[in-house]
Design a protein around this ligand. Structure first.
Ligand code: ADP
Ligand code: MG
Ligand code: MG
Length: 891
């Protein structure tokens, strides 16, 4: 019974091929590109590809090959033999082949390549005779036994290497290339004995057994544990299957006129337009990367630059070098991308063995895309589409100088990228004081909480010993764009003694450490860093991205520093200014606490009056920085409890500062304590209970407009945002008090003040009642963090404990706090958008929260036709690029 339909074996060689580069699904990446190179007339040893359908058919058919495969393979082997003028298993003139796996995408875990297949005790003699080189033939045979035993028979690779090592010692040789033909023959006998001893069977002498052994091993490796794990991690479907490539051998180990090498058409770490690669004379296959001998440079320029004395290929074989570079140029132009290539030179004749798009660093990706677009090889849109938005993260933060030495003392999770260096401090207040004195600090905590926000702001970087990638420290640090290493469990913090210990070392407060949030490393001392480069190639890509995107990009920014950075990164306004961050600052927190402890409205208003000028000044500064751009200001959101001291010691200290009875403070702290603060007295609920807070904030905003207008000449248009609205009545109540203040400030100033009043949509009920709410609200900003929390009924801060289980067990594809849950939370957003627009067609719609900087979520926002996304300043470029890519995909 035949399970796979259609052609099972595709041939290639000699300027023709059954397939092309478009057939990756069927032929795998390697096979499709070998076919394409043949079509282009590039010299490729002939061969054939057994399709991925054969592999999937095998698994769908109880591990049996489809009917007719054996005959097709036999015919193809014959065809290859005819092309090279040799016969498979022919004693006098043997055809040797390589057997290579090749899935659609390159995949570690698949079977390694077997070279020199077709050699046995008889054909090796024929090969020696025909090549006139006995040493070469026996070297090839011993390589074959080693490889086959390892990858097909599954025998211990080291046993063969050890035997080879001892054998060289015995014979006084240092290098493999020193071993003579007869010595190889002796070693081969020992290898064969070892195989029989280990596997219980003699080494296969029948070349067809060898071939089917190798083909079977490739197909079986698709279901190896390593391959399965890799597919899971990289979301590769099990149903793809692998192809098997069988290809006539060419020999780089035929003496000094032969060589093998690998190359990139451009420098993969910088993107510079220069041939980048290495080769070895008289070598085969993976000798170049195996590191046994030091490979030589391909170009003379690279050799000089590296200060190598061994000659370059350009010097050694100038004719072949010229041909090689000609082929590289052609392949790059043909594929319109930087290529990663393998080649072999057999007795002066060049053969290409592989080409594929080369992996590159983020920086190289930018340079290559820009260079190629400027050369007209690709369009600007293609250049934009080729950059992985997530990779920009690497470029936007200072990074450690790769040349600098690192004294690594611990490592944790790479929670927020960037490198930072400073004195160790263990306390957020101290961090703030140090910063005020112009010192740079790293805040080290077991874990952080909302009370550490000011310390995190002041610190250059944050290091925690507990908590994962979505811990408070990690989330807040990413939002701030601060480097953070979280969960460095080997570090033991001793707050009392103001030190931490790790692996027997102790680090005191004040000692200098460096953290690398991209790798999770913690180092002693100061390691030099490299500043990000925002112009150049990065600037070009960003400009091209802006030309095609439709979504607006704003930033979440609470401070002047954030706002400036946001503008630098190209934000088109502030989408979320969290006013509570302004409340945490040193002198203000006292007034905030006074306000919270107040018994009466009057007392509360007195305290609020102290805050008013500070809030106003904050807004004036933000308006100035954001001149001409929209600024969305959210009214106070967190539960008041967060502003109060917690430990007894702290309560005493604060009470004494406030000059009140500690008992009063203690009682207020207890009174405000909630079981579920996330679902408690917060958001607009605060404004319902304490209208005077919202009124003070509204006054600060409107008075700031007046002041900023006077200074700048143009009036900013603030968007006042009421948080956590569940329905219309709530909205109307709070909006009315804002309007009243607005009228008052207009009257007092004699100036007309334009503003928008709107709400954050972050409760499922608000999505459902969006039509009602839009009757009054002029804009919606979907707060997808809280919307995710409330839609799932999961607290983000507590989800770390089970998040991994949910992701590992496949219940969630991704952490819904990182990438928006399109099916559920996304559906709520869509309902909100539809219902909101049905009542107010020109309602402004955006999202704010971590999702705004996640490329997949940005695609969702584009598809949902929002007006803008807002994200943390450091993610603005990522959002700009992702928005452009969403638009390009649409076009
Ligand atoms: P990988 O995917 O691990 O790179 P490859 O199948 O590309 O595995 O091959 C491993 C090495 O063997 C490469 O250096 C390749 O160039 C070499 N090689 C593969 N097939 C042949 C062949 N027919 N003749 C000579 N060398 C080969
Ligand atoms: Mg390999
Ligand atoms: Mg390869």
């Amino acid at each position: 019974m035949s399970t796979s339909s259609g052609k099972m074996v595709y041939q290639f060689g000699d300027g023709q091929a059954d397939g092309t580069a478009k057939d990756k699904e069927l032929l795998g990446g390697k096979g499709a590109n070998l076919a394409e190179m043949c079509q282009l007339g590039v010299p490729v040893p002939p061969g054939f590809t057994i399709t991925t359908q054969v592999c999937t058919g095998y698994y769908n058919n109880d591990n049996a090959y489809p009917d007719g495969l054996e005959a097709d393979v036999a015919a193809a082997v014959k065809w290859v033999g005819a092309k090279v003028g040799a016969g498979f298993g022919d004693k006098a003139n043997p055809l040797l082949v390589s057997v290579r796996s090749g899935a659609r995408v390159s995949m570690p875990g698949m079977m390694d390549t077997v070279l020199n297949l077709g050699l046995n005790d008889e054909t090796v003699r024929g090969l020696a005779e025909r090549a006139g080189d006995k040493r070469f033939a026996y070297d090839s045979y011993r390589r074959f036994i080693q490889m086959y035993s390892d990858v097909v028979l599954g025998l211990d690779h080291d046993a063969f290497e050890d035997m080879l090592g001892e054998f060289k010692d015995e014979n006084g040789h240092e290098l493999d290339t020193d071993v003579t033909a007869d010595e190889w023959a002796t070693l081969i006998e020992r290898f064969k004995a070892l195989v029989e001893e280990e596997s219980g069977e003699p080494f296969p002498q029948d070349v067809n057994d060898q071939l089917w052994g190798a083909v079977g091993a490739v197909i079986k490796s698709w279901q190896s544990a390593r391959a399965i794990t890799y597919r899971k991690l990289n979301e590769i479907p099990d149903g793809w299957g692998t192809a098997v490539n069988v290809q006539a051998m060419v020999f780089g180990n035929m003496g000094d006129t032969s060589a093998t090498g690998v190359a990139f058409t451009r420098n993969p770490s910088t993107g510079t337009r220069e041939l980048y690669g290495e080769f070895l004379v008289n070598a085969q296959g993976e000798d170049v990367v195996a590191g046994i001998r030091t490979p030589q440079n391909i170009t003379e320029a690279a050799r000089i630059e590296a200060g190598m004395s061994d000659p370059s290929l350009e010097q050694l074989m100038p004719e072949t070098f010229k041909e090689l570079t000609g082929i590289f140029d052609r392949l790059e132009a043909h594929y319109r991308d930087m290529q990663d290539l393998e080649f072999t030179i057999q007795d002066g004749k060049l053969w290409m063995l592989q080409t594929r798009s080369g992996k590159r660093t983020a920086q190289a990706a930018l340079k290559i895309a820009v260079d190629m677009a400027e050369d007209g090889l690709i369009t600007k849109s293609e250049a934009v589409a080729r950059i992985d938005p997530g990779s920009l993260d690497q470029l936007l933060h200072p990074t450690l100088d790769p040349k600098a030495e690192r004294d690594i003392i611990a490592s944790g999770l790479p929670a927020s990228p960037g490198a930072a260096c400073g004195e160790v401090v263990f306390d957020s207040d101290e961090a703030e004081q140090a910063k005020a004195q112009g010192r740079r600090v790293i805040l080290v905590r077991v874990e952080t909480s909302p009370e550490d926000i000011h310390g995190m702001h002041a610190a250059e970087g944050i290091l925690t010993t507990r908590g994962g990638m979505t811990s408070h420290a990690a989330v807040v640090a990413r939002g701030m764009g601060k480097p953070c290493v979280s969960g460095a469990g080997a570090i033991h913090v001793n707050y009392d003694e103001q030190k931490f210990t790790v692996m027997g070392q102790s680090v005191q407060a004040g000692d200098i450490v460096t953290i690398d949030g991209a790798s999770g490393q913690v180092m002693r001392g100061e390691i030099p860093t490299i500043k990000p480069e925002l112009s150049g190639d990065f600037g070009h890509i960003m400009k091209w991205a802006d030309e095609v995107r439709r979504l607006g990009i704003r930033a979440n920014a609470d401070t002047p520093t954030d706002a400036r950075m946001a503008r630098e990164f190209g934000a088109e306004g502030i989408g979320l200014c969290r006013t509570e961050h302004m409340f945490f600052e040193n002198e203000r927190i006292a007034a905030v606490r006074e306000m919270i402890v107040a018994d009466t409205d009057t007392q509360r208003r007195t305290a609020l009056a102290k805050l008013l000028p500070m809030q106003r000044a904050d807004f004036v500064e933000l308006f100035e920085i954001m001149a001409g751009l929209p600024v969305t200001i959210r009214l106070l959101d967190p539960p008041l409890h967060e502003f109060l001291p917690h430990g007894e010691e702290e309560i005493l200290e604060v009470a004494s500062n406030m000059d009140i009875d500690p008992e009063v403070l203690r009682a207020r702290v207890a009174e405000l304590d909630e079981f579920n603060p996330m679902l408690g007295h917060r958001g607009c609920r605060l404004a319902v209970t304490y209208p005077e807070i919202a009124e003070m904030q509204a006054r600060a905003i409107f008075e700031a407009v007046v002041e900023a207008t006077g200074k700048a000449g143009t009036a900013p248009i603030p968007e006042v945002m009421i948080p956590l609205i569940a329905g219309r009545a709530e909205y109307d109540l709070v909006a009315a008090s804002i309007s009243a203040v607005h009228a008052e400030v207009e009257a007092q100033s004699g100036q007309k003040i334009e503003f928008l009043c709107g709400t954050m949509i972050e409760l499922p009920r608000a999505c459902l009642k969006a039509d009602d709410i839009a009757g009054a609200a002029e804009f919606f900003s979907f707060g997808t963090n809280d919307l995710t929390q409330t839609a799932f009924g999961i607290s983000r801060d507590d989800s770390a404990r089970f998040m991994n289980d949910y992701v590992n067990k496949g219940i969630w594809e991704r952490d819904p706090f990182v990438s928006i849950d399109v099916d559920g939370v996304g559906e709520l957003v869509k309902i909100g958008v539809e219902r909101g627009r049905s009542v107010r067609p020109d309602i402004k719609l955006g999202i704010c929260g971590e999702h705004g900087g996640d490329p997949a979520s940005v695609h969702f926002c584009h598809a949902t036709d929002l007006d803008y996304v807002s994200c943390s300043p450091f993610r603005v470029p990522i959002a700009r690029l992702a928005a452009a890519q969403a638009a390009i995909k649409d076009a």
